[in-house]
Design a protein around this ligand. Sequence first.
Ligand code: SF4
Length: 408
Amino acid sequence: MRRAGAAYSIKSLEPSPSGRGQGEGARGISDGAGKALAEYPHPDPLPEGEGEGVRGGGPTLRTAGDLLAAGLIDESRRAEIDAVAREFALAVTPDMAALIDPGDPADPIAAQFVPRDAELTVAPEERADPIGDAAHSPVKGIVHRYPDRVLLKPIHVCPVYCRFCFRREMVGPGGEALTPAELAAALEYIRARPEIWEVIVTGGDPLMLAPRRLAEIVGALDGIAGLGVIRLHTRVPIADPGRVTDALVAALKAEKAVFVVVHANHPRELTAASRAACRRLVAAGIPLLSQTVLLKGVNDDAATLTALMRGLVAMRVKPYYLHHGDLARGTAHFRTTIEAGQAIQRAMRFRVSGLCQPSYVLDLPGGAGKVPVGPSYLEALGEGRFAVEDRDGRRHAYPPTEDGESKN
Ligand code: SF4
């Protein structure tokens, strides 16, 4: 059954005649050795007014029964999904449900939000706190991993629950939000440390807060003299774009620089409604960045990621991070190898504008932080000399040898 909602073809990001996003256009495109990536035209700009106020109809789907009633699964999967949902929270917004093709067992949107029994298989290297938040949490709601910045986690609910989430043990309905006293203590922790220059408000999803509460938090941070940047990480503009109301945008108003980082994993998520939500934020003077998780079966090819990154840039969203999958429990089926991620980045590097290049990063288990793990094009030869690889894989001496040619 095809459900209502825009889908985007890999090649054009325009609504696909077939209603599908990933298919014929993507499959024939080499992502590495073949060096034959197709060209991707820019998506047309969203006409003024299109997508404004668009909301997926109906409530968020939260149970196997809801998914069944919505036609996203058949009865044979009810027990499987019930079993997974007892372990990890389930939510699919109407906007995301509308993008799912239930007839496609490999649908990249369903893969992100509809539970699978593979989540109940835990690999030996997986852990409940894969990036070591707890080890770096001096005060409830704060994670202080790097000297000049902290995470502030005021809320633990999200518009959707991603099946690959690295904080899946900490998020969910009924998950603890900070009490007013706990929030005050977290803010005091920041206030007392002038070395903290940036606060990353995350969760959960901070744009799930009521605008009044969000405004209080942004206002409190704005009043801390030493802070330079308030950064909010969110899935809302993509997964539940109707929440980006004028009141919510107004809640982000501050004297300090406020950045919003939107989480998007597939070009089909860039619907008219999500594009309009991002436009409302941009119109308020808020710079937008993006983060994407590299996910097997969802976006682990250069064609899909290229379409996603180009689509984001065309929405004035600068790609920031491409995350290697974290070692969260029950997520092995989503993880690629780092070599595969590097091959995809290499395939994109010289064929797509630098604007469309996120930094491929690994968050080290235990909490040691993010490390760029993208491919290198530079080999040190000693004595200030290097071999540098060009877009065709040829190596060049730098500085050049006397005859000016590549000699490596
Ligand atoms: S929105 Fe972010 S925090 Fe929430 S479930 Fe998805 S990945 Fe996890």
